[in-house]
Write a protein that binds this ligand. Structure first.
Ligand code: ADP
Length: 413
């Protein structure tokens, strides 16, 4: 369940003059190549007022769907571009809402951005300089910022970077063992991603454990379509599985995660493929999808495996084993381990994947409580481990809330 509470049907009262008292809110924008996700969060009680998605932008099938309280709506926006979609979104905001800031999720901030920043011309240029490190994501994020500046010209805009939380990695964790000038000249190093989620669940875990974050050693596993795990010591990321791009590390929905770098040359020789074709295979045709031949979606795979599909079972086995192996390896970055945290769609909902992963973590003293694991965690704490064994928690992530908090803190500072 989201940490954000919902309020009933504010859209229904959108034009109601009795709701005239301004209600400050932060608008969160997460812009992809042809879609934009948005969320509106009230600043007084961190309430999720509205969330939605405009997708297939630029095509005749473009549409916007949104949810407010229990109410769900959608609207066709044929051939709408990003600016049109944001104008449409403006039209569905409750009438009493005052958007005090816009927070943008930006995937790659490289070494230039170790914190969230208020966006100005220099920041835009800085994000643009990171484009070659995230060619699929950063240009789309920039397009979202430019569109939002047109639609909200007088509203402060803040960039919140996926990489920023990992800016505290020590050199021994972020350097690859390649010629050093690859790092100094071309920025070749491990940056890490999903930082907003790792950061949010770390602080939420501290609250649930009842100890100050600065005293805790945690492993956080964010398992969605993309997957990464991090070692978090005293609230600071000290190691993580993703690298210069989000392809490194764990097995993901369609991404391979770690492979032997010589595989590129080997497959080029075997199949006559160029680098672009090989990268497409590693990014889009691998991971759970490539192994199973069934789906990139864990829910579908668990159903298929339960029905006897051996390749689906194999994909889950490899996923869980590789996750456990990475969790064990990440403990090298910690002085002590207080808890292992599962989050993201798979981490929060798949009791089966958590159980399979735990089987490979017995050396770390992990033993799950089957009943608690079945319920996706003890109410209140999210604990899934047996009392007296290594603490394991399910902590739902809330990247929108984290971005809203960051955005507010930047504009207030
Ligand atoms: P994204 O990275 O796109 O935000 P999510 O965090 O929503 O993705 O995670 C999507 C993944 O979570 C999918 O593989 C989906 O199958 C999986 N998932 C969601 N619910 C369940 C469930 N009940 N059991 C197993 N997997 C689930």
């Amino acid at each position: 369940m989201s940490a954000l509470s919902s309020v009933p049907s504010p859209v229904a009262g959108a034009q109601d003059p009795s709701l005239a008292e301004p209600r400050p809110a932060v608008l969160i924008i997460n812009c992809g190549s042809s879609s934009v996700k948005f969320a509106l969060i009230g600043t007084r009680r961190e309430t999720l007022i509205l969330s939605g998605l405009a997708e297939r932008l630029g095509s005749p099938e473009a549409q916007m769907s949104w949810k407010s309280g229990d109410e769900k709506k959608s609207k066709a926006l044929p051939d709408a571009d990003l600016v049109t979609a944001l104008h449409e979104m403006l039209g569905i905001l409750p009438g009493n809402i005052q958007v005090v800031a816009v927070g943008h999720r930006v995937v790659h901030g490289a070494e230039a951005f170790s914190h969230s920043v208020r966006i100005d011309a220099d920041v835009l240029a800085g994000i643009e300089r990171c484009n070659d490190l995230a060619p699929l994501h950063n240009p789309a994020n920039l397009a979202g910022i430019r569109a939002a500046k047109k639609v909200f010209p007088a509203t402060p805009q803040v960039a919140v970077f996926d990489t920023a939380f990992h800016s505290t990695l020590p050199k021994r964790a972020y350097l690859y063992a390649v010629p050093y000038d690859w790092y100094t000249t071309d920025g070749v190093r491990r940056y890490g991603f999903h930082g907003t989620s790792h950061r949010y669940v770390s602080s939420e875990a501290a609250r649930r454990i009842g100890k100050p974050l600065d005293q805790l050693g945690l492993i956080t596993a964010h398992l969605g379509n993309g997957c990464s795990a991090s070692a978090v010591e005293g609230g600071r990321s000290v190691d993580t599985t993703m690298g210069i791009t989000p392809l490194e590390g764990l097995v993901m929905g369609t991404r391979s995660g770690d492979v032997d770098p010589s595989l590129h040359e080997f497959m080029a020789a075997k199949r006559g493929w160029n680098l672009e074709r090989i990268m497409k295979a590693l990014n889009r045709e691998s991971g759970l999808l490539g192994l199973s031949g069934v789906s990139n979606d864990m829910r579908t795979l668990v159903e298929a495996a339960t029905a006897g599909n051996e390749r689906a079972q194999l994909a889950i086995d490899v996923f869980a084993y590789r996750l456990a192996r990475s969790i064990s390896a990440l403990t090298a970055g910690l002085s002590h381990l207080d808890a292992i945290i599962f989050t993201g769609g798979i981490g929060e909902h798949s009791k089966y994947v958590r159980a399979r992963t735990a089987e490979h973590l017995q050396v770390l003293g992990v033993e799950l409580d089957a009943a608690l694991n079945d319920r996706n965690g003890e109410p209140g704490t999210g604990r899934i481990s047996r009392a007296g064994t290594r603490l394991c928690l399910v902590v739902p992530t809330n990247e929108e809330l984290m971005i809203a908090r960051e955005t507010l803190s930047v504009i207030q500072s």
